[in-house]
Design a protein around this ligand. Structure first.
Ligand code: MG
Length: 247
């Protein structure tokens, strides 16, 4: 009983203290350093801000390698690059670790195939971790293989797919995995993905490198790796690709 009364008195005094205006010097809680660097944003959230590295501006493959380190043989038209079936994946010349990536993609307007055979491509972060690109509009497939999944691992929180033939966007925040000197995993890779303005991966932990068969696991690798775009045989297009390296 005494304990209950003490508890009630404690709550009342806490509420009373909370209701009191605070006194003292407000400057004591002002932090003036470091000053965030100035980044001029793009005209819209789709446009590259001033500190972004533009990986594709609609005109050339200067930031990319194709098969065997050659210039990619994917096509470029109307400001977009399109997978050439059989040409193989294309890979950035530069490597990245922690990053913010913006990429727009479009599944073919003519619907062919179904499931994984319809508008399939992918974005391989560090050349290992696939963020799935797939025509997910009225197209049934396994949930951990649909658009915006981390392939065969993480199911997206929503299916925010637009119709085939319409441009879609991914905004990605990727944190690379960390390994110790012995190659053991210290912290898993993490990913946040916004698909067409909808949060679909929320700081989710990736299980390991993407595997088509079997369970994913981690193998030690460097702090940075290139980004690859998949040739899965479907004429998926990409445009407006830019990236910001995160400190
Ligand atoms: Mg794929």
């Amino acid at each position: 009983m005494k304990k209950n009364i003490l508890t009630i008195l404690g709550i009342i005094s806490a509420l009373f203290a909370f209701a009191q205006p605070r006194t003292g010097d407000p400057k004591l809680t002002e932090v003036w350093s470091p000053v965030p660097s100035i980044v001029t944003p793009g005209k819209t959230a789709h446009d590259a801000p001033s500190d972004a590295i533009v990986l594709f501006n609609g005109t050339d493959f200067s930031a990319w390698n194709g098969k065997g380190g050659q210039t990619p043989t994917w096509s470029i038209a109307d400001g977009a690059m399109t997978v050439a079936k059989g040409a193989g994946m294309i890979t950035t010349k530069q490597s990245f670790g922690d990053c913010q990536l913006h990429i727009e993609w479009r599944a073919p307007s003519e619907v062919k195939g179904e499931g994984q055979g319809r508008g399939n491509s992918g974005i391989f972060l560090m050349n290992k971790y696939e963020l799935q690109v797939l025509d997910g509009y009225n197209n049934s497939t396994y949930s951990n293989g649909q658009a915006a999944s981390i392939y065969k691992q993480l199911i997206p929180l929503a299916n925010a797919s637009r119709k085939p033939g319409e441009w879609q966007s991914y905004d990605v925040i990727f944190i690379a995995p960390r390994f110790n000197k012995n190659g053991q995993i210290l912290s898993q890779a993490r990913i946040t993905v916004i698909h067409n303005g909808v949060l679909v991966q929320n700081n989710a932990s990736i299980w390991g490198g993407t595997e088509y068969i079997g369970i994913a696991n981690y193998g030690q690798h460097g702090a940075k790796g290139p980004i690859s775009l998949q040739d899965h045989g479907d004429q998926v297009s990409f445009r407006n690709i830019w990236i910001r390296e995160l400190e």
